[in-house]
Design a protein around this ligand. Structure first.
Ligand code: DX5
Ligand code: ZN
Length: 231
């Protein structure tokens, strides 16, 4: 994974057909997805339960781009090696998931993955001031985690602050939650470069009719790139 700050669209398979993940992943990549965002939920850190390392391992052969695994779990550390074995390229832990996020990020990198740190809407940017050299990605939640299809919570001030803190470090700013062609420009103008979108990508399409996936991805990308250039 070489670093560049161009806009990347990362569809979240939380909004995909849970009976057909392999073909859904192939479809979104064929329709222009840059990364594949995989939402792991444990029913403890968030009030929902999705899948774990065995499922992520099964997704791996279908992912030709980047498998961006978002852990909404606590604790994180006991599962890092399992997600590395499963083939995660990026593994993101929540700063709120425990007292030792510094060690968690070190462990993720030691396991050979890119390390991400995620911030819930209530968590300030400055809470990760001492982690910027341990992270390859900062994920700014623009919904309270647990579900797709929620309303966007405006975090542009936090994104701007993070962009300032990161400076020229090779660290992505990822936005996760409620991203669509209307909200994407706000966060792109503020400095975000990876945009996760579930419902806004999968709406109107299917494995049998994936063209809407491509149109939805293109619309989000165009809106974001337009704003990023104008910023
Ligand atoms: C929410 C997940 C998000 C979610 C995004 O807890 O982390 O990745 O799938 O879904 P939308 O884009 O529909 O808000
Ligand atoms: Zn996510």
């Amino acid at each position: 994974m070489t670093f560049d700050r161009s806009i990347k669209i990362a569809p979240s398979i939380l909004s995909a057909d849970f009976a057909d993940f392999g073909r859904e992943i192939q479809a979104i990549e064929a329709q222009g997805a840059d990364w594949v965002h995989v939402d792991v939920m444990d029913g403890h850190f968030v009030p929902n339960l999705t899948f774990g390392p065995p499922a992520v391992k099964a997704f791996r052969p279908h992912v030709k781009t980047v498998m961006d695994v978002h852990l909404m779990i606590a604790p994180v550390d006991p599962y890092i090696d399992a997600f590395a074995q499963a083939g995660a390229d990026v593994l993101t832990a929540h700063v709120e998931a425990g007292p030792h996020i510094h060690r968690t990020l070190q462990a993720i990198r030691a396991a050979g993955m890119k390390a991400g740190v995620a911030l819930n809407p209530g968590t300030p940017a400055d809470s990760i001031a001492h982690l910027l050299d341990l992270a390859d990605l900062v994920c700014v939640m623009t919904v309270n985690p647990g579900f797709g299809g929620q309303k966007f919570i405006d975090m542009t001030a936090k994104v701007r602050r993070l962009r300032e803190m990161i400076g020229d470090r090779p660290v992505h700013i990822e936005i996760d939650g409620g991203v669509d062609p209307t909200t994407a420009p706000l966060v792109a103008a503020a400095g975000a470069d990876v945009l996760v979108a579930g419902s806004a990508v999968f709406k109107g399409g299917s494995v049998a009719d994936p063209a809407p996936y491509g149109a939805n991805i293109a619309a989000i990308r165009a809106a974001a790139e337009g704003a990023a250039q104008a910023a």
